[in-house]
Design a protein around this ligand. Sequence first.
Ligand SMILES: Cc1cc2nc3c(=O)[nH]c(=O)nc-3n(C[C@H](O)[C@H](O)[C@H](O)COP(=O)(O)OP(=O)(O)OC[C@H]3O[C@@H](n4cnc5c(N)ncnc54)[C@H](O)[C@@H]3O)c2cc1C
Length: 328
Amino acid sequence: MSKILTYLAVQDGKIKRASLEVLSHCRALAQEHGWTVESVLLHPDARSLATTAQQYGAETVYYMDHPQLQAHLNAPFLAALHAVITHANPHVVAFASSEAVKDMLGALAVRTQAAVLSDVASFHIIAGGVEAKRPVMASKLIARTQAQGARVLVSVRAGAYTAEEAPTEAALVPLPFTFDVDTLKQQVREVVQDALGTLDLSETQVVVAAGRGVKDEAGKALVTQLADTLGAAIGASRAVVESGLFPASAQVGQTGKVVSPDLYIAVGISGAIQHVAGMQNSRVIVAINKDGDAPIFNYATYGLVGDLYAVLPPLINEIKQVLPTTPE
Ligand SMILES: Cc1cc2nc3c(=O)[nH]c(=O)nc-3n(C[C@H](O)[C@H](O)[C@H](O)COP(=O)(O)OP(=O)(O)OC[C@H]3O[C@@H](n4cnc5c(N)ncnc54)[C@H](O)[C@@H]3O)c2cc1C
């Protein structure tokens, strides 16, 4: 029987939401085509994380637990994935798109003799391969691409699918991690959190993003307060990253991160196509802008025309009334 293997990336001791989204989609594809869906976990605590993979429908979970698999480094993760793919022999290997995955995909394709479709918005199985849709030219166009072959690697943007529980009695299969750690030329000493806090833009359900309308530290404090009240991650347009008000890690858009939270609040952002490319798949978009003709309102579910310095303080107070405790 043909099979799909999904790679479940781990961050802060939890399987990333984006990986569970990909697993849910692969489970649906497997059901549709009579395939099986399996998962792979690489982490020092992989065995205990496997129960989450079972909850989301993996039929078999391969895992390697080794201290070297705590923080991402290409060489050990490539070796581990190569070994799991050789062992499991899947036709399709699906990943949630991330910087780490982008970094590994080419080398993994060479080692496993696979074709690659990277950073796609959606994919499905066709005779002899995989067909995917990928936004191109700052999402102005959608390219339909196909990869044919005995093995296809595909990475999918966060938010493309919904993670849905579908508990299984998955077989848990430990595999040995045989990488020689003495050959490593780099080490991860520390993973540094940026100044905007610990919430990962691509993993949170709510994002509050600031644009050039946020002119100073007082504006930034308002955006931060709104984000803290909602338990949201903070995003930014390129304009305020270039001005130095927000770190590059917060940039959303064509040359920043692609996010698709349940709620995206764009504060003082005009809605340039390069920004929209990174957030237009958010489920609900709220735009706050003093210019009623700003293009962001074309994408917004709800729009608030007004000066953010006047709008945000009462809005934050109102939210605090209905949401008295800060969400986890
Ligand atoms: C190759 C390329 C790649 C790019 N990649 C990205 C990317 O990844 N991400 C990105 O964001 N941009 C990117 N850009 C830049 C993009 O084109 C825009 O310049 C940028 O998104 C504009 O940011 P902004 O909306 O914050 O600023 P502006 O376009 O200047 O908009 C500011 C908005 O704030 C409003 N405003 C002003 N004062 C207030 C106030 N007091 N209250 C309420 N509203 C107010 C204004 O009405 C205006 O609509 C890229 C550009 C290029 C050429």
